[in-house]
Design a protein around this ligand. Sequence first.
Ligand code: FNR
Length: 360
Amino acid sequence: MASEPVNVNEFQELARQALPKMYYDFYTGGAEDQHTLKENVAAFRRIMLRPRVLVDVSRIDMSTTILGYNISAPIMIAPTAMHQLAHPEGEVATARAAAACNTIMILSNMSTCTVEEVASSCNAVRFFQLYVLKRRDISAQIVHRVEKNGYKAIVLTVDTPRLGRREADIKNRMVAPQLRNFEGLLSTEVDTDKGSNLEALIKGIYDTSLSWEDIGWLKSITNLPILIKGVLTHENARKAVEVGVAGIVVSNHGARQLDYTPATISVLEEVVHAVGGRVPVLFDGGVRRGTDVFKALALGAQAVLVGRPVVYGLAANGERGVRRVIEMLKDEFELTMALSGCPSVKDITRSHVTTTEFDK
Ligand code: FNR
């Protein structure tokens, strides 16, 4: 085997070696020209740090709280679909790694392990990501199972009324496996003659009519806090606060939905200003370094979510691989805090970064 990875980017190559091309492409890819995919990462490189020296950094405390739950660092696991395509233990392995790192995993609605299997495999704090289906009764049933199994929040993804056009999946005729949260509830069999079955699957089951009024419906069926994932503008951030969400995730779905949306890090501050501290703002898209975590916090995020690197870690080495990915990001973030003169996360402020490059 090649030498041990020294940063999370190196897990991508290990994942490529471990996976059939069809699955690797599914995990890696973005929509259409993949312009936003590149930008999500590139925009971080245009932010520079403004460290302060001669601060006592003999003790660094990375811990923070999310909706009242304490986590060891502001680095959480983003909801990503179908982990059993990366590793036979699937989401159970990912959840165990999250627990070992004392962080929160957001389980995808499109998981290959069930809500129950993941809940019984680890007793850490877990959130659940929801897609609202045309069959509202089935979504309500899943929300009920999520509550019963001790998940602490619903993360409603709102950027996917239809599936973004991911051309590698079309070429590869990517086929989704059984989505076991829906087993016995819904037929997910679709015709694969036209390339990937993902688009048809989503078209068949997701509720494309979902609108702001439906947040009221979701609130009426659950007492769990509801976060909304997929906000990129101050208009939508204000609206989300108005309808009473408990938190916002600034996200462009890892650039897999609408190409030519801006890099998420370049719109984070716009959302943070609109929210004005009324609810927590989380962030995802392109986080690959501890410095990226630091930059997102400086621009007002309470924590970041990590998508692809977690899946690459899972593909490379199961639960241990995911642990390594999270630990590496934590180690880098801790060093960044020390070298920037920030002993705790509340010491990280707007004046620790400059964004002149993308303000131009
Ligand atoms: C995702 N994402 C996603 N989001 C969601 O709300 N539900 C889902 O089922 C999925 N599935 C999914 C699969 C794969 C393979 C990827 C890469 C992404 C989006 C995810 O939650 C997150 O927004 C991005 O992955 C963050 O960007 P990075 O960290 O991958 O750059």
